[in-house]
Design a protein around this ligand. Structure first.
Ligand code: FES
Length: 343
């Protein structure tokens, strides 16, 4: 049995099985609707249910507020059709690279500082992953749960590179830091996500909090490889200087690339504070730019950083559709609700 999903704007239709999310069914039909985390955490896949009914699986309240639910909004990555439906959501024009599950072998594990590990992964044989710089992968755990990590390497490199931060109480990162062995085999689903460079002549502001540097590194190295020359402002936010891994690489870019400005920002003073600005990374951007109406912003890090950067940058003139973000959190609260329970 399937239900028909109709997209209000284009009139396109596709079939969704009762066990499939709207996002999965759209992808199967070759239709791309916007998404980010695929886990009910970021809100990127929000659309309006015009008719019919859906069941919503677990999601995070920050991705869909009570008010939005009562206004008929749904998260397509968490909505299962329970009858034929019509939704109002913008379609993406971009080429879709369909993700697939593949085995990978851990080639190396290297500590970059006290709590960040660089992991390199190899696909079977001569295979390489086709992806856009800035996208992410999901590790599939033995219990089928998933952990998302951005790719830090540019697409022309064969080995996949991840930057993993040790999360207190985080089972997967504890496992990586304490038990994972080189040469071990795992499964990933990749590539995923809509965080990648959009064509434009505008200057780029990258705002990277912590390991949010990973996808930014991928995009910058891809720009270098493809000779894409645009003014770049790289803001990196950390808690203290010691958290600033790959600082030398960032300095090298600022010394060798024309119109590349690197601004590391630390929340706390430390012995090397003279090398950084002290404060919050989004506030450093607000201090440096009187107006943001003629730039693109690419922001990666904790959801709190992404949220406050978006809100404060839009107030300073940034067009909403020139802000691109990838935000991950780790454990959405349990929630299961039928849309007619929302009303
Ligand atoms: S993609 Fe649906 S909430 Fe993130």
């Amino acid at each position: 049995m399937t239900y028909t999903v109709t997209l209000k704007s284009s009139g396109k239709t596709f079939q969704a099985k009762p066990s499939q999310t709207i996002l999965e069914a759209a992808a199967d039909a070759g239709i791309t609707i916007p998404y980010g985390c695929r886990s009910g955490m970021c809100g990127s896949c929000k659309g309006k249910l015009v008719s019919g009914d859906v069941m919503l699986e677990d999601y995070q309240e920050s991705a869909l507020t009570e008010q939005e639910k009562s206004d008929g909004l749904i998260l397509c990555c968490k909505a299962l059709a329970t009858e034929s439906i019509t939704i109002d959501i913008r379609e993406s024009e971009e080429e879709v690279i369909k993700s697939k599950v593949t085995p990978v072998r851990v080639e190396s594990l290297e500590k970059l500082n006290q709590d960040v590990i660089k992991m390199k992964l190899k696909l079977p044989g001569d295979e390489s992953l086709k992806f856009k710089a800035g996208q992410y992968i999901e590790f599939i755990m033995p219990d089928n749960s998933r952990r998302a990590f951005s790719l830090a390497n540019p697409p022309h490199e064969d080995l996949l590179e991840l930057h993993l931060r040790l999360i207190e109480g985080g089972k997967f990162t504890q496992f990586v830091f304490n038990e994972m062995k080189e040469k071990s085999i795992h499964r990933i689903d990749a590539p995923i996500g809509q965080f990648y460079l959009r064509e434009s002549e505008k200057p780029i502001i990258f705002v990277a909090g912590g390991t949010g540097f990973a996808p930014v590194k991928s995009v910058i190295e891809d720009m270098i490889f493809n000779n894409i020359n645009r003014p770049i402002f790289l803001y990196r936010g950390v808690g203290k200087f010691e958290d600033l891994y790959m600082h030398d690489l960032s300095l090298e870019w600022s010394n060798t690339i024309d119109e590349f400005t690197y601004i590391p920002v630390s929340q706390n003073q430390s012995s090397n504070s003279d090398q950084l600005r002290i404060g919050l990374v989004h506030e450093a951007v607000l201090e440096d730019f009187k107006c943001l109406n003629n730039v693109q912003v690419y922001c990666c890090g904790a959801p709190g950083l992404v949220q406050i950067a978006f809100e404060s940058f839009v107030v300073k003139g940034l067009p909403e559709d020139e802000f691109f973000a990838d935000a991950f959190t780790f454990a959405p609260p349990k929630k299961l609700m039928h849309t007619d329970q929302m009303k």
